[in-house]
Design a protein around this ligand. Structure first.
Ligand code: ZN
Length: 582
């Protein structure tokens, strides 16, 4: 599942909508409309096309990487993985729209062709699926997973046991009756090709767990049985190369949320961050003891989140590459696998960096006091983000009174309080490590000001849901404690480091106490009282909409971008040749 965490949410400030759970947000965030040029503009003769006006919504980012640490086999493995990813991309086109070539053959306007490519179809994913090709109507909610003329009622009545499977398409037989077609049949030839490429990559891998995962995944593509390869993937820990591949997320199915879309991420692990995170994890038990609450709220032993990793992405394909770009992921989605073995969390460092540069910095320049903008740094941003993830392991999972979990006790406020806790305790963790000399204390101000810039993200969610309200609670709490203030003359915000520290402590105590008590009434009261967007802030955020800041990014990616070539002659058709010597 795409992680809808502070980082992803932050990007919402930057734009009218963004990153995390891509399709649901794209479809539901009402603010999306603020960036829309009048639809009529594209229909006036001689006026620039809708696509021409909207290409500037995207900043292009190169997915390059230093591959000097990889040997020849590993580089060839990347070529195979990206080849398999290209197949995922082709299948995703069919799932999201249908016949790509036919659609493109009818379009002459270069801008429109480009925008179709970004969106994997004729609907603008960054603008509530606005149709931008002449003659194209509204996007079917069921994309191409279901017949467009199928009603919800007809689906419900159909006596087809695997109709709600992640891995079947609904189609009509020659008589017009609904039938299911398993993915491995519907996309048979393409999946055979992708499977073959994964087997070739497996043969090139010298890492036993990665090798095993790739060969099991190659099988999964042919059978639609993914559990075994999911388990094997959780054993991959130390390989410099990683891949997420297959039909995974169901956001594209706007009708029922049943059907999984094919995608692929090819990733390089940031070993430095992995080592750092391991080191910091050792401090968690001591930090837990130092949390600013009475002992009964911190008697649990914190988890270390060892499967949290930083990665540099070199290739996005299919669902992953459509519309707003994913920056973090938590997989696999199979609950049985999660319960038995857990998940792996990914932060896409270079993609986050790109969004920071292209989108976040312009926002900070608009809203942060000029003498403090220098404290908004990528390092602090990434640090805050990673420590947010680590901080999920701190605090309390079961209430102090009984055996009930906090999650159960706080019901619909549970996830927003957990995210709020991780946000503020992440910063508490940074302060604590700086006090111990583990982090550079002189850089604390960077963490604070960058955190403030991060808080603005919440505002886009406003009062729209419990999560957005909880974010506003944090904003208003910090504001009331004087952790930051607004200069009425300039409309810009500045941090007071001393008061910030006090506010971090006070809010940590408050959230941990409500969680530990499992106090639903207090959670609701706090949210109702503080979860409001103040008019002044609303006005300030309007300034962002008026600036010409890109909404999201697109990638310049592929073999040429990385300086890789598919090595002839055996690579394409003789996997056994590549296995020689392994
Ligand atoms: Zn989180």
């Amino acid at each position: 599942m795409r992680i809808c965490d502070r980082l992803a949410l932050l990007l919402l400030v930057l734009s009218t909508l963004a990153a995390c759970s891509k399709s649901p947000e794209t479809a539901s965030v009402p603010q999306a409309a603020t960036s829309v040029a009048p639809a009529a503009a594209s229909t006036r003769p001689g006026a620039p096309s809708y696509a021409f006006q909207h290409l500037s919504d995207y900043a292009e980012v190169k997915l390059g990487a230093d591959l000097s640490g990889l040997d020849a086999d590993q580089k060839q493995m990347l070529v195979k993985l990206m080849g398999a990813g290209q197949v995922m991309d082709d299948i995703f086109w069919q799932q999201a729209y249908g016949d790509k070539q036919q659609l493109l053959s009818d379009i002459k306007d270069p801008a429109t062709r480009t925008l179709v490519g970004y969106n994997y179809g004729p609907w603008d994913r960054l603008n509530d699926d606005h149709p931008f090709v002449a003659g194209i109507g509204k996007k079917p909610p069921g994309a191409n997973f279901y017949p467009t003329d199928m009603s919800v009622d007809e689906f419900k009545k159909a006596n087809l046991p695997d109709k709600d499977s992640l891995y079947t398409l609904l189609r009509r037989d020659p008589k017009g009756a609904l039938i299911t077609v398993p993915y491995h049949q519907a996309y048979q030839d393409q999946l055979a090709k992708a499977s073959d490429l994964l087997n070739q990559a497996s043969a090139l891998s010298a890492n036993p767990s990665f090798k095993k995962f790739l060969s099991l995944r190659a099988q999964s593509l042919l059978t639609d049985q993914y559990q075994q390869s999911d388990f094997a993937w959780l054993d991959v820990h130390d390989n410099p190369v990683d891949v997420i591949i297959g039909p995974i997320e169901t956001y594209q199915d706007g009708l029922f949320g049943y059907k999984a879309s094919y995608e692929c991420f090819v990733l390089l692990k940031d070993q430095d961050w992995s080592v750092k995170l391991k080191r910091f994890a050792h401090f968690l038990p001591a930090l837990q003891k130092d949390l600013p609450v009475p002992p009964k709220y911190k008697k649990e032993t914190p988890g270390s989140d060892s499967d949290l990793g930083a990665y540099n992405a070199i290739y996005y394909a299919g669902d992953a590459n459509a519309g707003a770009k994913t920056i973090a992921d938590n997989l696999p989605n199979d609950e049985q696998v999660q319960l038995q073995k857990g998940t792996r969390r990914f932060q896409m460092e270079n993609v986050i960096h790109a969004k920071f540069d292209k989108i976040m910095m312009p926002v900070a320049k608009e809203l942060i006091a000029p003498d403090q903008v220098q404290h908004v740094t990528f390092d602090a941003f990434f640090q805050n983000t990673m420590f947010h993830e680590v901080a999920h392991g701190l605090g309390i999972k079961n209430t102090v009174k009984g055996k009930e979990t906090v999650r159960k006790a706080l019901k619909d406020y549970a996830s927003s309080f957990e995210e709020g806790k991780a946000d503020v305790l992440g910063l508490y963790l940074v302060e604590w490590l700086a006090d111990k000399g583990e982090l550079d204390k002189s850089k604390l101000m960077d963490n604070y000001v960058t955190f403030l810039a991060g808080i603005f993200r919440s505002v886009r969610f406003g009062a729209s849901d419990a999560h957005g309200k909880a974010n506003m609670v944090r904003f208003n709490f910090f504001s009331q404690m004087g952790a930051f203030s607004r200069d009425p003359a300039t409309g810009k915000y500045r941090v007071d480091a001393g008061k910030m520290r006090a506010a971090v402590k006070a809010l940590s105590a408050k959230l941990l106490t409500i969680q530990g008590d499992g106090d639903y009434a207090a959670a609701k009261k706090m949210t109702d009282a503080q979860g409001i967007i103040q008019p002044q802030l609303h006005v300030d955020l309007e300034r962002l909409s008026n600036d010409d800041i890109p909404i999201d990014i697109v990638f310049d990616q592929g073999l040429a971008t990385l300086g890789l070539t598919d090595s002839p002659p055996h690579a394409a058709d003789a996997p056994s040749a590549a296995t020689a010597g392994h």
